[in-house]
Unconditional design. Structure first.
Length: 500
């Protein structure tokens, strides 16, 4: 049954890289063909897949300090490209409902499992207890059962964009791929901005690949990008339109909530001002032309609609594509349009010239860890055997019954993450750890100028990253892992216990 095993992931990745290189030369043509195939010649307009009958996410807000809600994980049959697909969705929408909370709130959530397999829930980016029925990924919710989650969010919780998804070892890849993920926003980031920016319009960009070909769920192949069936979607749509006025500044929340794909995005003629990374406000605002998002990554950015002078148009409305650009990695052809910004040039807003350079945010712990006292140094070696599908950390596959690393509460540690995979393998591993955000100290031995803390970082192929992790506030056992969820399911995960 598993003849696809001969098609190793290494060679698959190599092929994708090769195919992407080819496609990068013909991106204009391929996009045109794509537009024709989807009947999108009269861009821009937001377009679900032809025949797709999946609902769009609704927004759920906390009230009086409590977010009370129910997530039902269930199958949903839909049609995409005239092919029937079976998605796995929360509450029937793709992505799942967008949950909004404030620091100090409590989440009271019922997860109803209507799937045929066990599942559970992880609150990615949350600085909360990993124990009991909080952000506990060791919980297993059997088919037909309901699990109640109570999550107490600290008053000084970081602000920004997080997300939720199943995290049951062995099934995470398949379940997230099939559609189970959604945004989880800790509100209040705008209040850190200068007054005129505190009520700006916000837009969410929940980016992921869809649909996931069921063939690949059963063969566990790396990706179905090769079928040409998979598309980058934003909030369940292909190429939605974002309205902005010339000179208007907006807050964009960009998140990669897919299971494994990389995406690098750019908005030609515009800058991204990063005010939060991985749901944590930066201490220094960084100005970027592009954003690189491996699976799990989030950026909260300020974007200002450029005036007509940038484009030489006369007081006209113009369209600027948010598109896949050449950066570290990409699984989609260069130039693929993710969303279209419609700039209304005839309604010029007086530009706000006060994009801040720093943010005043006091989160858990001490913030910038550059001068922290280091209590321990650890080294983790990441290694892939693509032929036999064995993915290890320190030569071991995941074992939920052991504790790999014990970290004392209140201390700060340096972890050197080493990727032993060859450059030819194409295996870069996005590292993610639960409960505490970390600071990147160096990449391949070069000091890294961190602008804030993060919870997801790429370990380059045949390279290394040193991260500095503070153990704040919570005790309990949780995990760190590669966020290519395929690698995670096949072993590239370890346990960490935060201890008193
Ligand atoms: Cu990996």
């Amino acid at each position: 049954m598993k003849k696809e095993r001969y098609f190793s992931i290494g060679s698959f990745v190599a092929f994708v890289v090769f195919a992407s290189l080819l496609l990068s030369n013909i991106s204009t043509t391929s996009f045109f063909v794509q537009k024709q195939a989807f009947g999108l010649e009269n861009q821009p307009q937001s377009t679900p897949f032809p025949g797709m009958n999946l609902a769009k996410p609704i927004d759920v807000w906390s009230k009086n300090g409590v977010l009370k809600t129910t997530l039902v994980a269930d199958y949903q049959v839909g049609k995409v490209d005239n092919k029937s697909i079976t998605a796995e969705l929360y509450n029937g929408s793709l992505p799942g409902p967008t949950l909004h909370v404030y620091p100090g709130d409590r989440i009271e959530l019922n997860l109803i499992n209507n799937l045929n397999d066990p599942t559970n829930l992880h609150f990615h980016g949350f600085h909360v207890s990993p124990a009991n029925n909080s952000d506990n990924i060791f919980l297993e919710v059997p088919p037909g059962k309901t699990q109640h989650y109570s999550v107490y969010i600290p008053k000084n919780h970081p602000l920004g964009t997080d997300w939720y998804h199943p995290h049951l070892h062995g099934l995470t890849y398949a379940q997230v791929s099939a559609g189970l993920s959604g945004l989880l926003i800790v509100e209040g980031l705008q209040k850190l901005l200068p007054k005129p920016l505190q009520n700006i319009t916000t837009h969410n960009f929940a980016i992921r690949d869809f649909p996931f070909d069921s063939l690949f769920t059963t063969t566990y192949n790396m990706s179905n990008t090769l079928t040409g069936h998979e598309r980058l979607i934003v909030n369940g749509e292909i190429n939605p339109t974002i309205n902005i006025k010339s000179g208007e500044t907006q807050l964009w929340r960009i998140a990669n909530i897919g299971p494994e794909n990389y995406v690098s995005v750019g908005l030609p003629g515009h800058k991204f001002y990063i005010i939060a990374e991985d749901g944590y406000p930066v201490w220094k605002v960084r100005q970027n032309d592009t954003l690189f998002l491996p699976s799990g990554k989030r950026f909260d950015v300020l974007v200002t609609g450029a005036g007509n002078e940038t484009f030489g148009a006369s007081a006209a409305t113009h369209y600027d594509p948010l598109k896949v650009v050449n950066d570290a990695f990409n699984d989609h052809p260069l130039g693929t349009v993710i969303a279209t910004m419609k700039v209304q040039g005839n309604q010029i807003v007086k530009p706000v010239s006060i994009i801040p350079t720093t943010l005043n945010f006091r989160g858990p712990g001490q913030g910038d860890l550059s001068n922290a006292t280091i209590a321990a140094h650890r080294v983790l070696y990441f290694s892939s055997n693509d032929r036999d599908w064995i993915y290890t950390i320190n030569n071991k596959t995941f074992n939920p019954n052991v504790v790999n690393e014990k970290v004392k509460l209140g201390t700060v540690e340096d972890w050197k993450l080493v990727n032993l995979d060859s450059v030819q393998s194409g295996n870069a591993h996005p590292f993610h750890i639960h409960t505490n955000h970390f600071q990147v100290m160096s990449v391949n031995g070069k000091p890294y100028n961190a602008h804030g803390l993060q919870d997801t970082v790429m370990i380059p192929t045949h390279g290394n990253v040193v991260i500095r992790i503070p153990a704040n506030d919570f005790v309990g056992k949780t995990v760190y892992h590669c966020h290519l969820l395929f690698h995670e399911d096949y072993g590239m995960m370890g346990t960490v216990e935060w201890v008193k």
